[in-house]
Ligand binder design. Structure first.
Ligand SMILES: Cc1ncc(C[n+]2csc(CCOP(=O)(O)OP(=O)(O)O)c2C)c(N)n1
Ligand SMILES: [Mg+2]
Length: 613
């Protein structure tokens, strides 16, 4: 057997560089880059190895390990899981900084290869700097934190272990059902140990996306349910986009007269203008979609995790006899809440369903009713997004201004705060993937780093990051990286001086205004944070605008620039779009000294009684 003598780290990066995929008929490396912040535990081993392959597998440096992993996650999402990135850190704090990001990838089913350094497998220098010590278990290191947030976890304690571990990692990263983060914790001494690796480990390998075909019996059951449906509804989740099934979905809805609603992950899978697109569903849904969900007798849930924001904590589908068909590549999702599973790739499933339903359409009254409800909703939404003359605009009005200055190919990107709800209801998405919302983990601080990853994945599209002041302050360091890499972003900061959405939630659950808006926090001096000056200090073009019309001008200018722009606007923390939406389960204290809390609890108990479980 022909072998090559390499260190474990050299072998790993050479194998990574040999993994390929096809995108639009072109063969591309599946790993676009490795994000790295070096320290002890990765600089000498993996760092030396990455230097050696820098022409085939570029190394990128940013400022925070969590942010680098966010960028990698957004890259994979924008690339529809076809391509991905890896992230490496030193042992200890660099590694645990990535745990939150691993959870983001885990919840969102996105491929992410994490390569934290680990303690010495040989243990002679123990404890090394940054090594945590478990008094009762010598095998534990900080990297064990990754176990519950990894789809595959391994610790490499001998150089030859990387061969089966990497093989397993690739299978998980490219599997449409099990896809998620993989952590290979690399003991720092083992990274540097040489071994005679078989040449076959470095052979080019082409990974093609797998399309799982439906099981015949599950398909028959789904067909029978749909044929008997009087009021069918499609719920389109992120799996539609990962499967590249948007055209199949549009054809399915058109051919059979079935309206569709979109989850946060699924938004932009149907063209906004499709007459049967009812828009957002659930807690942040449109009145049109939620009314259809209330009445539906058969719900075809495609590529969705059916999280509480989608189902209104399972109160949205109100027909007691409703049948849910779970078309999902992952059986865990396909059978949720007693759904009839249809385990398959979204596109393969929709195409086979459509062929079997040929000639069948939903009752015309249901279809035309949906079309009317859609038109009514669009008229309602337009009232919220229209510019007004209040001193402080609402988030919805800012969204209206950004929409007016957007192009169909743009990607709007966001993650946490009040904006995800407003955008879900109100944003009119352009091309597929043009709505990038991380609402699985809804991780504050994803936005700017995520924007960077999205831009690197598709430099041809303008990326507009919409972010609240709270999320901006939590993680903004990669503005500097976007300038450094020439990965241009337009970042719109909506400054309502605090955690507006949680303040509203606190109010709705009877709480006193406390610890959310800056004015309600313990302080000596209320800060007047100059976000524009801050962004400028990181190298971005920046300005604060005083009105919606100034915002539109600034957006127009930002589009023409090649460098990242940050545009700041003050907004009203109390205003939100009250049309549409739905109840969800937020537990309220059973006893409290506050009347408002007791009232909120009474309303909560009534809602629970209506839910019936
Ligand atoms: C990392 C993280 N911490 C806390 C939360 C809970 N949380 C959700 S939104 C939010 C406030 C966000 O504030 P901001 O970005 O200003 O948006 P706004 O609510 O004002 O629209 C908080 C604290 C979260 N989602 N993520
Ligand atoms: Mg805020």
């Amino acid at each position: 057997m022909a072998t090559v003598r390499l260190t474990m780290a050299q072998a790993l990066v050479a194998a990574m560089a040999a993994q390929k995929t096809t995108v639009g008929g072109r063969v591309e490396p599946i790993f676009a880059a490795v994000w790295a912040i070096f320290g002890h535990g990765n600089v000498a081993g993996l760092g030396e190895a990455l230097y050696g392959v820098r022409d085939r597998l570029p190394t990128l440096r940013a400022h925070n390990e969590q942010a680098m992993a966010h960028a990698a996650i957004a890259f994979a999402k924008t690339a529809r899981r076809r391509r991905m990135m890896a992230v490496t850190s030193s042992i200890g704090p660099g590694a645990t900084n990535m745990v939150t990001a691993a959870a983001v990838a885990h919840v969102n089913r996105l491929p992410l290869l994490l390569l934290p350094g680990d303690v010495f497998a040989g243990r002679r220098p123990d404890p090394v700097l940054q090594q945590i010590e478990d008094f009762g278990d010598g095998t534990v290191s900080a990297n064990d934190c990754f176990r519950p947030v990894s789809r595959y976890f391994d610790r490499i304690t001998r150089p030859e272990q990387i061969i089966p571990a990497f093989e397993r990692a690739m299978q998980v990263l490219t599997d449409p059902s099990d896809c998620g983060p993989v952590t290979l914790a690399l003991c720092q001494d083992v990274q540097t140990e040489a071994y005679d690796y078989p040449e076959s480990f470095f052979a080019e390998r082409l990974w093609q996306p797998r399309r799982l075909r439906p099981d015949a019996a599950e398909l028959d059951e789904a067909i029978a349910r749909l044929r008997g449906a009087q009021r069918p509804l499609v719920v389109a989740g992120g799996g539609v986009l990962y499967s590249e099934a948007e055209q199949a979905l549009a054809e399915f809805c058109t051919a059979h007269g079935i309206p569709a609603a979109e989850t946060q992950g699924g938004k932009s899978s149907l063209p906004h203008a499709h007459p049967l697109n009812l828009g957002a569903i659930g807690v942040t849904g449109t009145a049109a979609a939620n009314e259809a969900a209330r009445r539906a007798d058969v719900v075809l849930a495609v590529g969705t995790r059916l999280q509480d924001f989608t189902t209104g904590s399972w109160t949205l589908f109100a027909d007691p006899a409703v049948a849910i068909i779970g078309l999902n590549t992952q059986a865990f999702d396909a059978g949720k809440h007693r759904a009839r599973p249809l385990v398959a790739d979204a596109k393969a499933g929709l195409v086979e369903l459509s062929a079997a339903l040929s000639g069948w359409t939903a009752p015309a009254a249901w279809r035309t009713g949906a079309e009317t409800a859609r038109a009514d909703w669009l008229a309602t939404a337009a009232r919220y997004t229209a510019a007004g003359n209040a001193a402080l605009p609402s988030d919805a009005q800012v969204i209206g201004a950004v929409q007016r200055q957007s192009a169909p190919s743009d990607i709007v990107l966001c993650a946490a705060g009040g904006l995800p709800g407003e955008l879900h209801k109100l944003w009119q998405a352009g091309a597929p993937g043009g709505y990038h919302m991380e609402y699985g983990y809804s991780c504050m601080g994803y936005e700017i780093a995520g924007g960077l990853g999205a831009k690197l994945a598709d430099p041809t599209r303008e990326v507009i990051v919409m972010v609240g002041d709270g999320s901006y302050l939590m993680m903004n360091s990669e503005i500097a990286t976007s300038v450094m890499l020439g990965a241009k972003l337009t970042i719109v900061v909506l400054d309502n001086r605090g955690f507006g959405c949680i303040n509203r939630l606190q109010n709705a659950t009877g709480g006193a205004p406390f610890n959310n808006l800056l004015r309600d926090t313990r302080h000596e001096t209320l800060p007047a944070i100059d976000f524009a000056a801050h962004a400028a200090s990181l190298g971005a073009l920046s300005r604060k605008v005083a009105s919606l019309s100034e915002l539109e001008t600034a957006l127009m200018e930002a589009r023409a620039h090649e460098r990242t722009s940050v545009i700041v606007i003050d907004t009203d923390p109390l205003a939100s779009t009250d049309a549409g939406g739905h109840w969800w389960d937020v537990a309220v204290p059973e006893t409290s000294a506050r009347d408002e809390v007791r009232t909120a609890r009474r309303l909560y108990d009534e809602a629970l009684a209506r839910r019936g479980n």
